[in-house]
Design a binder for this molecule. Structure first.
Ligand code: PLP
Length: 443
């Protein structure tokens, strides 16, 4: 079949806009008629620099990213960021504590030699880390679970506070986001003299079809005091640039490109600049080694400050992949101009409503997996006839006949999953809706 005939609802990698794929074929062979393809040119060439800076500018415009944020293009996928956030933000916590400890020690013992100060600071830090260091995770699906497990692997589970495990309120299964007053976030420093290094959540759980409907109230900044704010980290891999986001509420937003933005190989991290101190201002690696917290300091390619300092070109960046991402963003800007990402949000909402509308019309045949209050606009998970194996096979076979592809759910959830990313055209959603209706009425 041709591209036009296939409707693909895969969860990632996912469909790209046909216009980008077509231009990409050319760009891969002979970019701008210069005789070379984008897989061949140097990442340090003026062409590559322009692609990088254009992509940054378009992303910044689309999401209204404030000036005090850095846009980083990285390569280790969403999973690499699971490690990177721990590697980068725990040292910020340690450094804040180290400075405070040093100031206190110097005040108490103004005549002490630096070596003596260092030793006292070290001892205090060791105690504070042992007793107070925490990273908070809201576990609402498979990906935030994985991220929390990576934090445990890197720094040890005693430091990881699972402030919410949504399975506990739902018979061991994901599919709801329990009320905020049931979460057990580490109190901020001002509240109780503690304060976690960061609070992590996954904005859209790709496997489970669960999406935060808004920014959680309890994560709002408490005040201007650095010790009183929560550093919020969000994984937006599967709902990036699909709705308006107040970037200023986050310390770090990250996402792999292969769902809403482009092809695999580029990961975007949007990081608040004050969390990117020059290396001299982070705890010295020797101190981190001596403090003996596993995973710190980690690989240099995951170090935000290094990537920022080198304008994302610390090492070889895949420029073809970057160009694809940039092109997707440029097209969104061209299509929605003044509306920016809100324009795309309207389209995404409309498409999701069409699919959920069709499913809800036939409750005997289709059952949406997650609770109605947390339904994802991007990954629509449902069962056919309560998960009847033969019926679900029949559903998939019928869909395949109409060239509706990629509808099988993740193996851990089963059933169906229709991924409704930005590049899925409205016509394809309409074809799916027609099939949902035809299949249901034939039952
Ligand atoms: N986070 C989310 C929400 C995802 O959907 C995925 C992949 O599907 C990941 C993280 C992991 O991404 P990667 O495979 O790029 O490491």
């Amino acid at each position: 079949p041709s591209r036009q005939e296939v409707s693909y609802f895969g969860a990632g990698p996912a469909p790209l806009p046909t216009s980008v794929v077509e231009a990409g074929a050319n760009a891969f062979v002979n970019f701008n008629d210069a005789g070379l393809g984008l897989g061949e040119i140097s990442h340090r060439s003026p062409t590559a620099n322009k692609i990088l800076n254009d992509a940054k500018a378009n992303l910044s415009a689309l999401l209204d990213i404030p000036d005090n944020y850095e846009i980083l293009f990285m390569q280790a996928g969403g999973s690499g960021e699971f490690s990177a956030v721990v590697q980068n933000l725990v040292p910020v916590w340690i450094e804040r504590r180290r400075r405070k400890a040093e100031a206190d020690v110097k005040k108490a013992q103004p005549d002490a030699e630096q070596a003596e100060v260092d030793e006292l600071v070290f001892q205090r830090l060791q105690k504070e880390i042992d007793e107070e260091l925490k990273v908070d995770y809201l576990v609402t699906g498979s990906w935030s679970l994985k991220a929390s497990q990576e934090a445990s692997r890197l720094i040890g589970s005693k430091y990881v506070n699972v402030a919410l495990d949504a399975r506990k309120a739902n018979n061991g299964k994901f599919g709801t986001i329990p009320a905020e007053d049931s979460w057990s976030l580490t109190p901020t420093k001002k509240e109780a003299g503690k304060g976690s290094a960061f609070v992590y959540f996954c904005d859209n759980e790709t496997v489970d079809g669960v999406e935060f409907q808004q920014f959680p109230k309890s994560l709002e900044a408490q005040g201007q005091d650095a010790e009183d704010e929560r550093l919020v980290v969000a994984d937006m891999s599967s709902n990036f640039i699909s709705r308006k986001v107040d970037v200023s509420k986050y310390a770090v937003i990250f996402g792999g490109a292969q769902k809403n933005i482009g092809v695999t190989g580029i990961t975007i991290a949007i990081v608040r600049k004050d969390l990117l101190p020059p290396h001299t201002a982070t705890p010295p690696p020797a101190l981190l080694h001596r403090l003996n917290i596993g995973g710190l300091p980690g690989p240099v390619v995951l170090d935000y400050a290094t990537i920022a300092k080198n304008n994302s070109l610390y090492n070889t960046l895949p420029i073809f992949n970057l160009w694809i991402a940039g092109q997707v963003m440029a097209d969104l800007m061209a299509e929605f101009s003044a509306q920016k990402v809100s324009g795309q949000e309207e389209v995404a909402n409309k498409k999701a409503q069409l699919i959920y509308g069709a499913l809800d019309k036939f409750p005997r045949v289709y059952q949406v997996v997650p609770d109605a209050s947390v339904r994802s606009r991007m990954n629509i998970c449902f069962r056919v006839n309560g998960g009847d194996d033969a019926k679900e096979k029949e559903f998939i076979a019928g869909a395949e006949k109409r060239l509706l592809q990629g509808l099988k759910g993740h193996r851990s959830v089963g059933g169906m999953r229709a991924s409704n990313y930005n590049a899925v055209p409205l016509e394809n959603v309409q074809k799916l809706v027609q099939y949902l209706e035809d299949f249901a009425t034939a039952q």
